[in-house]
Ligand binder design. Structure first.
Ligand code: SAM
Length: 259
């Protein structure tokens, strides 16, 4: 049975409605302040992926983006359990600012990992190394109590061939190509494999994951499939409707716990 709720709302207002101490994992993939509106990629549109959407992604200054994020993470703090994990997904434009902000809000001693999502696909430049990763900043509420289960990935060394080993802080997971079956057409949609890895590692079975910028609902689908509860917010009505539909459809295909 679907164990997810999706609300069309600003993260700030919706965070204030959460019961205190109710969230095991906060994963937020907010707009990165790229300076341009994010739209359905032309390739995905051409491939006929149902949704054509856009959301604004620009702030007058980096300081205003940081203030926007500060207000929202701060408003969510009372809802976090002492054992909770917080993962904020950003990129090269924002990660150094977000890291300082999270040090300020949680304390530098609550830093757990700077995860690198190495996604491979996309173009390159003759003027620099190709930018092929996002940054996921992982903090805990209480260093003695946070829940963590290391994901397992296939070992690459000749000595451990055929065996599994604990994942490192570099997650090699391909981004979605335009023909991927899970592609909805929603701009900046993340792969289910990435979110399954993060949820499986950072939210206990039966726990509750909050994604306050849920977009197409990837986190919610991953969480429900892994037997976690999920709460999503999004300021875009189109995104909230899509996320709700996706959760419902995935539950019909993969009943809870089978992903
Ligand atoms: C990077 S996208 C998230 C993509 C998502 N992870 C996925 O896999 O589809 C960021 C989302 O944040 C939403 N957003 C922007 N401002 C917001 C706000 N103040 N409160 C809640 N959501 C917001 C946008 O509408 C957009 O859907």
């Amino acid at each position: 049975m679907v164990n997810a709720t999706v609300t069309h709302a600003d993260w700030l207002a919706a965070a204030r409605t959460l019961p205190p101490g109710s969230i095991d994992m906060l994963y937020a993939d907010p707009p990165f302040n790229t300076g341009t509106a994010q739209r359905t990629p032309p390739g995905a549109a051409a491939a006929g992926r149902g949704v054509f959407a856009a959301y604004e992604d620009s702030w007058p200054s980096t300081g205003e983006w940081v203030a926007w994020l500060r207000d929202r993470v701060r408003a969510t703090l009372p809802a976090l359990k002492p054992s909770a994990n917080v993962l904020i997904h950003v990129d090269w434009r924002a990660s150094h600012h977000a890291r300082l902000l999270l040090d300020e809000l949680f304390g530098a001693d609550r830093f757990v990992n700077h995860l690198v999502w190495s996604y491979g696909l996309g173009g390159s430049s003759p003027r620099r190394f190709a930018r092929k990763h996002d940054d996921i900043l992982y903090y805990c509420v209480d260093p003695d109590r946070y829940w963590f289960e290391a994901p397992r990935v296939p070992a690459t060394s000749a000595k451990m061939k055929g065996q599994m080993k604990k994942a490192t802080d570099v997650l090699e997971i391909a981004s979605l190509n335009n023909m991927a079956a899970e592609r909805t057409g929603y701009p900046t949609q993340k792969p289910l494999d990435l979110l399954r890895t993060l949820v499986g590692a950072c939210c206990p079975p039966g726990g509750t994951v909050l994604d306050p910028c849920c977009g197409s609902g990837t986190t919610l689908v991953a969480a429900c499939g892994l037997g976690r509860r999920a709460i999503g917010f999004d300021a875009s009505a189109e995104a909230a409707a899509l996320a709700e539909r996706r959760v419902r459809e995935s539950d019909a295909k993969f009943p809870t716990g089978s992903a």
